[in-house]
Design a protein around this ligand. Structure first.
Ligand SMILES: Cc1cc2nc3c(=O)[nH]c(=O)nc-3n(C[C@H](O)[C@H](O)[C@H](O)COP(=O)(O)O)c2cc1C
Length: 225
């Protein structure tokens, strides 16, 4: 695939076929992703590629705790709830997804099932947990670097026909993930990425999220315009 085709075609995938993903292909994708730049070439990232029984245990543990009302215990902070333009964009994409999935605003049951889907890593056959070395955790460069590698990973996956969704819901109960993935204490759990073959019949997979206009994001300085 051409670069533009990957970037413009990629979208988050929230419905997967159950077909397994060969480890050789996952290795290929992660190797491409690891060409991402990082501060002083520190490469602070680690990838836990989880499937089968351990992934089922993570799904079950996440759902059990969320349904029981156990407060979030993520290691990678989410910050305050969005407001203003950020909130508008959050609501915008949620509306697109709910419309596609035919989930009415007042339909609590369907909304709950949609939320639990996220905690189940969207029932994907594979989940990649990105962690970073705790010793570097006081540098903002570290999560920046891991964000770069995550973006590279989702695009590399798309270029090979695989779908992904970067998923905060998957790590909201970080102790569950830490236990079943066997993540040592000297690493911080940053994010999960669901990975697998897209189910083209799953309506939300067709959603193309909006982007703010370039003019709102870009300031040219010194160009004489
Ligand atoms: C840091 C981060 C966390 C995210 N967490 C979730 C999540 O918990 N649940 C979800 O459905 N999508 C999640 N997403 C996917 C975003 O909703 C999605 O990337 C955004 O709406 C843009 O859509 P696109 O990826 O299809 O272009 C997350 C994305 C990022 C980058």
């Amino acid at each position: 695939m051409e670069y533009d085709e990957v970037i413009l075609g990629r979208r988050s995938i929230r419905g997967y076929k159950s077909d397994p993903v060969p480890t050789s292909l996952i290795r290929e994708i992660i190797a491409l992703a690891m060409r991402a730049p990082s501060a002083y070439n520190s490469q602070p990232w680690h990838f836990y590629v989880i499937s089968g029984e351990p992934l089922d245990r993570i799904r079950a543990g996440n759902v059990e705790r969320m349904v029981a009302g156990v407060p979030e215990s993520r290691e990678f902070r989410a910050g305050s709830p969005f407001a203003g333009a950020h909130r508008d964009r959050q609501v915008g994409v949620a509306k697109q997804l709910f419309n596609a999935m035919d989930i009415a605003r007042e339909d609590k049951e369907k909304r709950q099932e949609w939320m639990l889907r996220g905690f189940r890593q969207f029932d994907a056959p594979v989940c990649v947990i990105i962690t970073y070395d705790r010793v570097l955790c006081d540098s903002d460069d570290t999560p920046f670097d891991c964000g770069a590698v995550a973006n590279a990973l989702v695009n590399a996956a798309w270029s090979r026909g695989l779908g992904t969704v970067i998923n905060s819901q998957g790590i909201m109960q970080s102790p569950v993930v830490r236990e079943h993935a066997g993540i040592p204490d000297d690493q911080v759990i940053m994010k999960s990425i669901a990975l697998g073959w897209p189910d083209d019949d799953f309506p939300a997979n067709a959603v193309v999220s909006e982007r703010k206009p370039l003019e709102e994001a870009v300031v040219f300085v010194g160009f004489g315009e």
